[in-house]
Design a protein. Structure first.
Length: 639
């Protein structure tokens, strides 16, 4: 028990520093990606360091739940890869400690991490996201830092284009200003020999002083007087020695109101999301109910039929009146086409115009209502996706550990190289799947829970599979293993290897061996006589995929080879190696029950594919049997 406790402490002591290191590295990478994405909105605006630091702090806080699964995957791969590379994992297994017991301390620690990630995402992330997007919106809205280039028109000032041919530290040379703040038809052009530019004390205006220049502008005529297109447009020209212009240019950083994003789904915790979903659902249901009532009231069926039956009273034989049911009243059939054709042309045009306007009004009305309904439904979906996201990222922390830890124990490679490559590839795969699911849920292609849990549903079986393989010490990253499986599928023959023994206890009886070789050759020839070239489809499935006659020949062949291994003659040993290894009598690589085989043959189309593979293997089997008969004759000649 004391050794177990020391092992738990050792594993946590090994895992925690790597987890902290990988968390910092991954967070830095995500921050650099954030900077690269929004760098154009930050550069050239004179934003203070404290504003940028605050923005990056809230961005880093927002990225914590997304970074956590990648850091856990990276750290678990490195931890168990180092243990496997240094044979510490092998020593623990040799002591009788299973891999699941070795993984228990990090698993318990990561369960607490997953729970903490959920509460962090539920309570901290909404606040940090609101502050981050508010800061980012404010940074985007800020005017750029005033920096007028040389020999290029500067267009960042609203309503004005400024051209400066040459600049010095104090003056602007050869200045040209196009002022179109009152419209392009009333543009004003100012040309000056030199000038200077400064900012007002409150940084809300620019004060431009121009020297030795001229001003040109159109003279605004009387709007009430009609003007012919050929009439010349009067303009005004002014010459000045000094001119001062006050230009509206707010260079201060103004923080926007956080209420812009607080009411959105990104600024709500789990309880607020559920409350908003319930409120929007009730509102949407009321809209649907109200619209259905309006549609029923405005339908042709409602207006053309009598809504209520009013009893008709008629006199019978001069006596008192009696109620007459509606089916006994005279029926009047109205032909609307005939009524329309009987009208005057002007009345027809008026009726058609009124009908068209009515239809257009209905169309505009219901298009507007459909847009409102679509917006409300979209908001509900986005709230649902945000609510599921708070659970999926926490669950992904555990899933990634059960992928990284077994994979590290299998590949047995530590350091930063191999684990970093594998972690990035797996995380990119996870991110692609998660993005697909999120877009499917957001666009109402799938239900929100289906889209948001898609990545977990894909990666969880991978984690279970890798954990199972690692616990059973299976080799899954060895290329030779997959090549062997492929060779078995296509029926690739193995090469027989026989070496001369240094000490031979009993030499083979060559007369007896010759008789057995003759019998083996006879069995091979009889096989071609009694067995057809093509298999019966249902007969193949009925026999369970095994050729029993070929299995008997393969057993006889191996007995002969075992006897010839004791030979002291090199030629006989070399020729014995020419015998093929007959393993194709099993036409499939799994055992098939008779009932299961017939079911596969009848129901599933995959049975036809397996049958084609069996036909190919049978072709190889017949070639092996011909080779066996030929080698039998060649060895008999050596006796």
């Amino acid at each position: 028990m004391r050794i177990i406790k020391r092992m738990d402490f050792f594993l946590l002591k090994t895992f925690l520093p790597l987890f902290i290191m990988t968390f910092g590295i991954c967070l830095f990478i995500f921050l650099m990606q954030f900077l690269w994405k929004y760098i154009e909105d930050m550069v050239g605006k004179g934003i203070g360091i404290h504003v940028l630091a605050e923005l990056f702090f809230y961005a880093a806080t927002t990225f914590v739940p997304l970074v956590m699964p990648l850091a856990i995957l990276f750290a678990s791969l490195m931890t168990f890869g180092n243990l496997g590379e240094q044979f510490e994992l092998l020593a623990m297994k040799a002591s009788g400690i299973s891999l699941m017991r070795i993984m228990r301390p990090p698993v318990i620690f990561l369960i607490f991490i997953a729970i903490a990630t959920f509460f962090f995402q539920n309570n901290v992330i909404p606040v940090s996201q609101v502050k981050m997007y508010t800061l980012l919106y404010s940074v985007r809205a800020k005017s750029p830092e005033l920096e007028i280039p040389e020999s290029t028109f500067y267009t960042e000032i609203r309503g004005k284009n400024i051209y400066v041919k040459h600049k010095t530290k104090e003056f602007l040379k050869d200045v040209m200003i196009y002022d179109y703040s009152e419209g392009f038809n009333n543009a004003r052009v100012i040309v000056a020999d030199s000038g200077n530019l400064k900012t007002s004390t409150d940084k809300k205006f620019l004060i431009m002083t121009l020297f030795s220049g001229e001003s040109f502008e159109n003279v605004k005529g009387n709007k009430n007087r009609a003007r012919d297109a050929k009439d010349p447009v009067p303009y005004r020209r002014e010459t000045f020695d000094t001119m001062e212009m006050l230009i509206d240019f707010d260079g201060n950083f103004v923080m926007s109101d956080e209420s812009i994003f607080q009411d959105k789904y990104i600024g709500k915790n789990l309880a607020s999301l559920q409350h908003s979903i319930d409120s929007m659902t009730v509102r949407l249901d009321s809209i649907n109910d109200g619209e259905s009532r309006v549609l029923l009231a405005q339908s042709y069926k409602k207006t053309l039929n009598r809504p209520n039956f009013v009893p008709q009273h008629v006199e019978v034989g001069g006596g008192p009146s009696a109620e007459v049911p509606p089916e006994d009243l005279p029926q009047h059939i109205i032909n609307f086409d005939s009524l329309f054709k009987a009208q005057e042309p002007t009345v027809k045009a008026s009726l058609l115009g009124a009908s068209k306007r009515s239809v257009e009004n209905f169309q505009v009305n219901y298009f507007t209502k459909a847009a409102i309904y679509k917006y409300e439904d979209k908001q509900i979906r986005w709230h649902h996706t945000e609510m599921h996201k708070k659970f999926t990222l926490s669950f992904a922390c555990l899933v990634f550990f059960f992928i990284g830890a077994p994979l590290g124990a299998i590949i047995r490679k530590g350091g930063l190289g191999t684990p970093a490559v594998i972690s990035v590839l797996l995380f990119v795969f996870y991110y692609i799947i998660d993005s697909i699911g999120y877009k499917m849920a957001r666009d109402a292609v799938w239900a929100p829970w289906q889209g948001m849990w898609l990545s977990s549903a894909v990666l969880l079986p991978m984690g279970v599979f890798l954990t199972y393989k690692a616990v059973n010490d299976s080799v899954i990253l060895n290329a030779e293993t997959y090549l062997d499986v492929f060779r078995r599928i296509i029926g690739k023959r193995e090469l027989r290897k026989i070496e001369k023994k240094e000490v031979i206890m009993e030499l083979p009886d060559y007369k007896e061996v010759a008789a057995r070789l003759q019998a083996l050759k006879t069995d091979c020839n009889d096989y071609f006589t009694t067995n057809r070239r093509w298999l019966s489809y249902f007969g193949f499935w009925r026999e369970g995929g095994i050729d029993h006659d070929a299995a008997k020949i393969a057993s006889e062949l191996e007995e002969v080879v075992d006897i010839l291994r004791n030979s002291d003659q090199i030629l006989i040993l070399n020729k014995t190696m020419d015998f093929p290894v007959i393993n194709n009598y099993r036409l499939v690589d799994f055992t098939i029950d008779k009932r299961l085989g017939m079911t596969l043959a009848i129901i599933f189309p995959i049975g036809g594919l397996v049958y084609l593979i069996a036909i190919y293997r049978r072709k190889l089997l017949r070639a092996d049997l011909r080779t066996t008969a030929l080698v039998c004759d060649e060895i008999r000649k050596l006796f």
